[in-house]
Design a protein around this ligand. Structure first.
Ligand code: IPM
Ligand code: MN
Length: 370
């Protein structure tokens, strides 16, 4: 298979973590006889520095011409505390979501037994936790009309949704539920918001069609609490843009490290894959960031290409690495490996250079390497 992939490394640790995933994709291509061609393009603060726009038109064109977009992270502290900044790195990712119409953000929350001790929750509560969050990504308050009054003393952000926007992602959420534990939870604020009442109405109508899926409805404040007290009750969570942003960060701590989690953003004719973590500027250039979120995002991209065997091999390699304590500093602060070492180890596993010989790798275990 030949695929063209737009590579948007972005800011902070973006270039370091995506480099590991790219290395692994090349190893897989070699093993299975595929060709993955990467074309780099600028986004975020890196693009602002070079072109004064967070999303140059050239980047949009590269993405539109590709079979998929592989994304690192955007964000730079120099913009965070400046409410007057007219251009912001985040405009890059928001702009690409909108221009490719990536309406569904899929965030699987997987827990690994070896990482239970890192979660703020007790190990017992984490048993059986396996959630997929489907977050609407191109509507709602993120993209509604924004206004600041001339005197700068009042501001508003509009939240609006229409039936089509809800139906297309709900359809996907029902399909996910059908392939999993057949449970779907719509998270909204239907006791207060008109938009949420529309979400509920549309999903209730669809629930009658997907009669094999058990649907329940939960207010977002309660959902935030339930995710902590009983996360195992959830299977597929469907929600609007802003609620999804918040609860997916919350849910990510269940897994023990934000660095572990991948995501896919899907539209009718385009798809983008990125770890859910941000640009983590404090770690940039230090070769300590966890590349697993990016590596597992590559697995989600391979699923999208219907290269299921290849995707499974990545997931097996990640699990094998975790089990054998090949982890980065966020997971073990005394015995850890660098970002590039983790990438190399997973490549070696994929190319069959490691069978199960933990011992052969001992020499790599050198915290001083970073
Ligand atoms: C995310 C991020 C983005 C969002 C930011 C960077 C604009 O937090 O992907 O969740 O809010 O959607
Ligand atoms: Mn977020």
């Amino acid at each position: 298979m030949v695929k063209k992939i737009a590579l948007l490394e972005g800011d902070g640790i973006g270039p370091e973590v995506t480099a590991q995933a790219v290395k692994i994709l090349h190893a897989l291509a070699e093993k299975f006889g595929h060709q993955f061609h990467f074309e780099k393009a600028l986004i975020g603060a890196a693009a602002i520095d070079a072109t004064s726009s967070a999303l140059p038109q050239e980047t949009v064109d590269v993405c539109k011409n590709a079979d998929a977009v592989f994304f690192g992270a955007v964000g730079d502290p120099k913009y965070d505390n400046d409410p007057n900044a007219k251009v912001r790195p985040e405009q890059g990712i928001l702009g690409i979501r909108k221009s490719l119409q990536l309406f569904a953000n899929i965030r699987p929350v997987t827990t690994y037994e070896t990482l239970h001790h890192l979660s703020p929750l007790k190990s017992k509560q984490l048993e059986g936790v396996d959630i997929v969050i489907l977050r609407e990504l191109t509507g709602g308050i993120y993209f509604g009309k924004k206004q600041t009054s001339a005197d700068g003393q009042s501001a508003s952000d509009e939240c609006s949704y229409n039936r089509m926007e809800i139906e297309r992602i709900a359809k996907l959420a029902f399909a996910y539920a059908q392939q999993r534990k057949k449970k779907l939870t719509l998270v909204d604020k239907a006791n207060v918001l008109d938009t949420s009442r529309l979400w509920r109405k549309v999903v209730q109508e669809m629930a009658a069609i997907y009669s094999d899926v058990a649907v329940d409805y939960m207010f977002v404040d309660n959902a935030a609490m339930q995710l902590i007290i009983n996360p195992a009750q959830f299977d597929v969570i469907l929600t609007e843009n802003m609620f999804g942003d918040i609860i997916s960060d919350e849910a990510s701590v269940l897994s023990g490290s934000l660095g572990m989690l991948p995501s896919a953003s899907i539209g009718d004719s385009a798809a983008l894959f990125e770890p859910i973590h941000g640009s983590y500027p404090q770690a940039a250039g230090k070769n300590i960031a966890n590349p697993t979120g990016s590596i597992l995002s590559a697995a989600m991209m391979l699923d999208y290409f219907e290269l299921f065997k290849e995707a499974t091999l990545i997931r097996e390699a990640v699990e094998w690495a975790l089990k054998n304590n090949y982890v980065t500093k966020d997971i073990d602060s005394t015995n850890y490996y660098s970002t590039t070492q983790i990438g190399d180890i997973i490549c070696d596993f994929i190319s069959g250079k490691i069978t199960n010989a933990r011992d052969n790798r001992e020499a790599l275990q050198n915290p001083a390497v970073i």
